[in-house]
Ligand binder design. Sequence first.
Ligand code: SAM
Ligand code: SF4
Length: 332
Amino acid sequence: MNSAKLLDQYGRSLTYLRISLTDRCNLRCTYCTPQHNFTHIHPREILTYEELLRICGLLAEMGLKKVRCTGGEPLVRQGVLPFLERLSTIPGIEEVCLTTNGVLLEDSAQGLWDAGIRHINVSLDTLRPERFKSITGRDCFGKVWAGIMALLDLGFDKIKINSVVARGMNDDEIAALASLSQQYPIEVRFIEFMPVGHNKWGKQLVVEVAEMQSIIEEALGTLRPVASERHAGPARLFQLEGAKGKVGFISPLSQHFCSTCNRIRLTSDGRLRLCLFSDFEYDVKGIMRRGASDQALSRFLLDAVQNKPENYSPESKTGCPSCTRAMGTIGG
Ligand code: SAM
Ligand code: SF4
């Protein structure tokens, strides 16, 4: 058993891993899909489930507690349910969760429950079917909604809706989306639109959290702050009067949260990424496929996490934190 701990040089304990299981996706969200030179990663270059379980097992020995599987769209990868089940049984890992676009959720909800998953984030930026089609390129609003309802019916503990807000895209639906938290025991989280992977980002498209908050308060009443839970992410949480659920805000641009960041990421092609906004990566797959022992692999991971940047690079071209890789390969 390895007694070393995943601590970086600034004393942050890195207990949360996000894995992009695949760069493939069944939607083409305008804010996520690169505008040009979009090629998929060769299947040979994607980490196998066995490789992922090995990495997670070693990280868990060094203090990893939470794993989120994302993508691309994680539910399009074959064999994902048995993989999640095995991941949940790794000693030390207390929480395995999923971020999905929800298109395949209705059919997978029972399987996810049976695999031991209880916490699911579903991305949904609009409640209007036509607009859904124009944002994502596919006419699938009904499927996503049915998926969310299936999670509620099965009694999943933590259901979150992630809404990326962009000016002119869906900023007129902020209050309608927030009101879902009044009707359902769901946390609706609003995310500032980020510049990633050569998407169609522009500063004028960003709606800052402060503005979203005042739109909601004007329409629905006071947002009362509530405490975050264990292993909570960067969302600041609130509740509307009498609501069953919560409203959260994730503000990577206007109020960054680097000093408390506990995350590391594994890209679908097997690179360890220490900050969403730093393109510096460590080739875990490379050393693993060259035959590294468990001891050597653990050492590599431990040395790598030391170098997590204190905060994102301030001198990016956009004047904002940004990254050049496509979001689907990193997983958000
Ligand atoms: N396909 C799954 C989904 O959409 O939930 C998982 C992968 S997706 C890359 C993970 C999260 O990243 C989603 O909640 C998505 O809304 C968010 N995301 C993608 N592009 C973004 C951007 N440019 N700014 C902010 N969030 C973004
Ligand atoms: Fe696919 Fe998720 Fe990106 Fe939309 S946000 S294109 S669903 S990976």
